[in-house]
Design a protein around this ligand. Structure first.
Ligand SMILES: *Cc1c(COP(=O)(O)O)cnc(C)c1O
Length: 400
């Protein structure tokens, strides 16, 4: 009853840009969330790959409360210890990064990354190098530059004119990339796994070859790790699996486990070009967000990453077993980011059926179910998730 009322009130006052489930979630703990009527769910989408340590992790609650009593925000007119400590923690073990810029979302991190790519080239005396090469089906966010790079025309409609100087190449197509890179290219922006395209991992060797091609062409290599970063794939950054270092990297989603935070990581050479006054964010690096992010990284590095690999392998195994329904064509992804490819049933209907059975996942298009559970998901929860998804798939009406 409370669900129904909250949903009705929400629909009356919020802009209608989201397709929202008729549920109001009021409480969470670990991988469980509860709705306003007391219904319990196993959360395998976690705020779209955000709550990587689950809901209300005690160490994060502690960090937030402690920082909340000490200092919230001072702006970047001054240093604050949490921002310094978080930057140090983010750079620890990085294959390339020596500098960090803080912001508040994924789109903003990409906006900073794209702007810096242009500025770097302009500072080097070649302002004609202002083009960005991006991928078809990519997703980089909703601000204008990030939107222009997003390779999904449906998101462009109504918002033209887009930022000029962006061209798209098919994801995974090295010949097309080589052809697109030239004397006018500032940078190539790419996701190690295309999350919003339906969890599409890059083909083996693609990132390494892109590194070589961009280097040869004098263009920067930018990894959008907003979705894949901060532990999602079982390592701190997805590019570590390939051992390929970009020049720039954007992060957000899981960075502070649900407190809005974004970050741009840069090599020393490129990061140095974000000179005083050139770019800024009022809230960027605010002490509350940094304190939570710092605690997030600490917990993740305390054994969570390793443990998540074993559970994600089990989850994949259980999801793969759903092929026996004849309605699952495959499972793809890495670590705790997996897409279940359906056939003969609608992903939207399966998501609704899963919700009715106490499992939260989301549909990408009409054929893919995305799993982005907490890295702290237990083996028993992985089994339960696969069981509930299986039941929902079996019960879904056949698509004509
Ligand atoms: C979610 C996402 C973004 C946008 O992040 P926001 O915080 O919604 O602005 C950008 N890139 C990728 C790969 C994402 O998954």
């Amino acid at each position: 009853m409370k669900n129904e009322q909250l949903v009705a009130r929400g629909k009356a006052v919020l802009t209608p840009n989201y397709k929202q489930a008729p549920l109001a979630l009021v409480r969470g703990a670990g991988s469980r969330v509860w709705d306003a009527d007391g219904g319990e769910y196993l959360d395998c989408i976690c705020g779209i790959a955000v709550n990587a340590l689950g809901h209300c992790h005690p160490a994060l609650v502690e960090a937030l409360e402690a920082q909340g009593r000490e200092l919230w925000h001072v702006s970047n007119l001054f240093f604050n210890p949490r921002a310094v400590e978080l930057a140090e923690a983010l750079l620890e073990g990085s294959l390339f990064a020596k500098r960090v810029f803080f912001c508040n979302s994924g789109a903003e991190a990409n906006e900073a990354m794209l702007k810096l790519a242009r500025k770097y080239q302009a500072d080097l005396g070649r302002p004609e190098r202002n083009e960005i090469v991006a991928c078809v089906n990519s997703f980089h966010g909703r601000t204008m530059f990030a939107l222009a790079c997003t390779g999904q025309p449906k998101y462009h409609h109504g918002f033209e004119p887009l930022v000029p100087g962006v061209r798209h190449v098919p994801y995974g197509d090295l010949a097309a990339l080589e052809q697109a890179l030239g004397p006018r290219t500032a940078a190539f922006i790419v996701e190690p796994i295309q999350g919003e395209a339906g969890v599409m991992p890059a083909p083996a060797g693609y990132l390494a070859a892109a590194r070589e091609l961009t280097r040869k062409a004098g263009a920067l290599l930018c990894f959008d790790e907003v979705q894949t970063g901060v532990g999602r794939t079982g390592r701190m950054w997805a590019h570590e699996w390939d051992g390929v270092a970009p020049d720039l990297l954007s992060a957000a989603k899981a960075l502070a486990n649900g407190f809005p935070m974004g970050a741009l990581l840069a090599s020393e050479e490129v990061g140095a070009h974000l000179t005083p006054g050139s770019h800024a964010s009022t809230f960027g690096g605010n002490a509350l967000g940094c304190a939570v992010a710092l605690a997030t990284l600490k917990v993740m590095r305390g054994g969570v990453l390793e443990a998540s690999r074993a559970v994600s392998a089990r989850l994949v195994e259980r999801l793969e077993a759903l092929r026996s329904t004849g309605r699952v064509a495959g499972v793809r992804g890495r670590g705790m980011l997996q897409g279940v490819l359906l056939q003969g049933v609608s992903a939207g209907e399966v998501v609704e059926g899963a919700r009715d059975r106490g499992l939260l996942v989301n549909a990408i298009g009409d054929a893919v179910i995305r799993f982005a559970p907490a890295l702290t998901l237990t083996a028993a929860e992985a089994d339960l998730a696969a069981e509930r998804l299986g039941a929902a798939i079996q019960a879904a009406p056949a698509r004509g």
